[in-house]
Design a protein. Structure first.
Length: 77
């Protein structure tokens, strides 16, 4: 992971020091999706149910289903 650009990160903080809810510049949405997908696949490999995976990965059940379909299609060929 790239080091955090502290100047940019500090510029995103509010007057009271709380984050404004923005993702730091080094973290793209593709990285975030890859991280979620990896979590979903790890939990599935552990034998967790779809509902448990969704809850633990912090995504919706439909996102779990979409990720699993994508993996199935990619492995089929």
């Amino acid at each position: 992971m790239a080091p955090v650009d502290t100047e940019h990160f500090e510029a995103l903080r509010g007057e009271n020091g709380n984050s404004l809810g923005m993702i730091p510049a080094h973290d793209s949405s593709a990285d975030a999706m890859r991280h979620k997908s990896e979590n979903v696949l790890r939990l599935k490999a552990e034998g967790k149910s779809m509902d448990c995976i969704a809850r633990e990965a912090g995504v919706s059940r439909s996102t779990v289903t979409r990720i699993m379909r994508y993996v199935e299609r990619a492995s089929a060929g």
